[in-house]
Design a protein around this ligand. Sequence first.
Ligand code: NAD
Length: 257
Amino acid sequence: MKRSVVVTGSTSGIGLGIATAFAEAGDNIVINGFGEASAIEAAVKGLEAKGVQVLYHKADMTKPQDIADLIATAVKTFGGVDVLVNNAGVQHVAPVEEFPIEKWDQIIAINLSSAFHTMRAAIPAMKEKKAGRIINIASAHGLVASPFKSAYVAAKHGILGLTKSAALELAEFGVTVNAICPGYVLTPLVEKQIPDTAKARGISEEQVKTDVMLRLQATKEFVSIEDVAATALYLASDAAKQITGTSISIDGGWTAQ
Ligand code: NAD
């Protein structure tokens, strides 16, 4: 049976990769995120080409009302939310004392609070069905820190706490809640922070890749979008039904150190 899968922030990068993997598995998909109308249309068409139904919802993850509408629309269109993937995320790189207040608020809203709002809206129907999977895309930065990323690191550590708490609440309702902690994946989010990191550390952009991003990634390789998507599919599978309240690192050995 086709599942109903909602992926926040899925017009690009990891989110689009996860949406693609679930569409390839035959599930109906709700995608969300910003971007050029033509690019979003192309993403929807690409997913529909896998033979599934696809809905785009433009909810802004800083707006609780939009988020409630996203979940309500998914329930109305596809009869529920079987898999919720909280993926939307942004980054800003600056020292704490220079960190713009509005950037702090935006990162906490998108990278942490939006997952609370989607879960708050989706959980009642999951509990009623006694089934559901919630997958939060955290980061290696949910487990360890790097300098100049205070808001991101705080939000990602927070999402691991939210994951554990919700997992305990939902454990007897057939709903699992887990997080994925990827290391560096070359997506627009990462590409955009290379110039700022170079500036903050006074090094070249190439050195940011080799000396900062891949320094602790023991494999010396970036993680691929497909690696992350495959783990999301696994966490949504029946084989993962006893996995809850935990996180899976896909970081090339970064956090083993
Ligand atoms: P990306 O920039 O390619 O994609 C981010 C997505 O979020 C886009 O679809 C964008 O439109 C959407 N988005 C941004 N602000 C939004 C808002 N206010 N409302 C709705 N959607 C919004 O980034 P990515 O690298 O694919 O990141 C996806 C997730 O993976 C993020 O949570 C990020 O923290 C996490 N992550 C990324 C990496 C990495 O190295 N790329 C590593 C670990 C974790």
